[in-house]
Design a binder for this molecule. Structure first.
Ligand SMILES: Nc1ncnc2c1ncn2[C@@H]1O[C@H](COP(=O)(O)OP(=O)(O)O)[C@@H](O)[C@H]1O
Ligand SMILES: [Mg+2]
Length: 327
């Protein structure tokens, strides 16, 4: 029987989706690509494939899961399988630089960013040249969960950090990004969720406790990173809040236009408003997770206006469409 194959490498993110799929009786199976072997001379299984490979897979010991997934997606599409968040989506998931190019092409504004592939000395020289006196953000090009994202109050603070921790946490693809620190009026970011290329809702996330902002319940434990110079993280508070007013129509249609052009069906897109209220978009998560408490507080839990609910309804429609075409 035809079903949804969920491509992933982190089982702890699956239960909320499993619940929503099971609630509507959607047939599905996991396809764990943390590792695997595939006979490329054979056709893949029937069904619709939903790719949730994550940019942060290497941080869970799955260094080559994204590369394996790129190969599997090529095999699936060569055989005409429908892949939700297909090869183009994976390509952006694992590179912020490529995200930024696609975002700007779609008329969105990104923070000023310099890409560096070299040693600490080159990183520091680029920081001095483009961001002195600071503040500035340092982040890996292939990101995820905020790991390795750091705020420095000054170029000197970056220098001190690099002296102390030279190469210990080089980005997995070798590329660092230096970025303007966006000063917002309030310590919040906004994450807008899209399913089937359409806006579902936006959450505001409090960033007071650090930059690791994964919305999944499974991510809510562990050591939150503190911006350099900040106090240790305060006790966890409700950090995610669904915005009843959503986002402005112009921004929504530019983001939907970006997703269409980029071949992305499902994403959580993050932006910060600067002091003038302009949204600067800095992160696209094609492997998005949803915050259950925020959805419950907004009365969305268990409905098709929740993230997992919207996803289940969308995938069910894609499966039905595939079956009609095959008939
Ligand atoms: N340019 C920036 N200005 C201010 N805060 C930022 C900036 N870039 C990242 N941050 C903070 O760090 C968090 C993680 O950065 P992000 O680029 O989303 O990396 P990741 O892909 O690992 O989630 C953001 O959600 C935000 O809170
Ligand atoms: Mg992010």
């Amino acid at each position: 029987m035809s079903k949804i194959h969920v491509i992933h490498e982190n089982p702890v993110w699956l239960p909320p989706l499993a619940q929503a799929f099971d609630r509507i009786g959607l047939p599905w199976a996991e396809m764990d690509l943390s590792r695997g072997s595939f006979d490329l001379s054979q056709p893949p299984p029937e069904g619709v494939f939903y790719n949730r490979m994550s940019a942060s897979s290497h941080t869970r010991g799955h260094r080559y899961a994204a590369e394996l997934t790129a190969g599997v997606l090529a095999w699936l599409t060569r055989h005409g399988r429908r892949v939700v968040n297909g090869p183009a989506a994976l390509d952006l998931e694992i590179s912020k630089v490529r995200q930024y190019a696609a975002l700007e092409s779609a008329g969105l504004v990104i923070p000023r960013t310099v890409m560096v592939q070299d040693d600490s000395a080159a990183l520091l020289a680029a920081a001095r040249r483009h961001f002195a006196p600071g503040p500035l953000i340092l982040k890996p090009n292939r990101g995820g969960k905020g790991l390795g994202v750091r705020l420095f109050a000054s170029v000197e603070a970056l220098e001190a950090h690099l002296e102390q921790a030279p190469a210990e946490e080089a980005p997995v693809d070798g590329i660092w990004l230096l970025q303007d620190y966006i000063r917002a009026d309030r310590p919040v970011i906004t994450r807008a969720e899209f399913v089937g290329g359409r806006f579902v809702y936006a959450v505001e996330v409090d960033t007071t406790a650090g930059f690791e902002l994964c919305p999944a319940e499974a991510c809510a434990v562990g050591d939150a990173f503190c911006p350099v110079g900040a106090q240790p993280a305060p006790p966890p508070a409700p950090r995610f809040r669904v915005l009843p007013q959503g986002i402005e129509p112009g921004l929504r249609s530019r983001l939907e236009g970006f997703l269409l052009r980029a071949g992305i069906d499902v994403a959580g897109i993050e932006f910060i408003r600067d002091a003038a209220g302009q949204p600067l978009v800095y992160d696209v998560n094609t492997n998005t997770n949803y915050n259950p408490e925020a959805e419950a507080a907004a009365g969305l839990a268990g409905t098709d206006r929740s993230g997992p609910g919207a996803l289940a309804a969308f995938l069910a429609a894609e499966l039905a469409r595939g079956q009609r075409q095959a008939a």
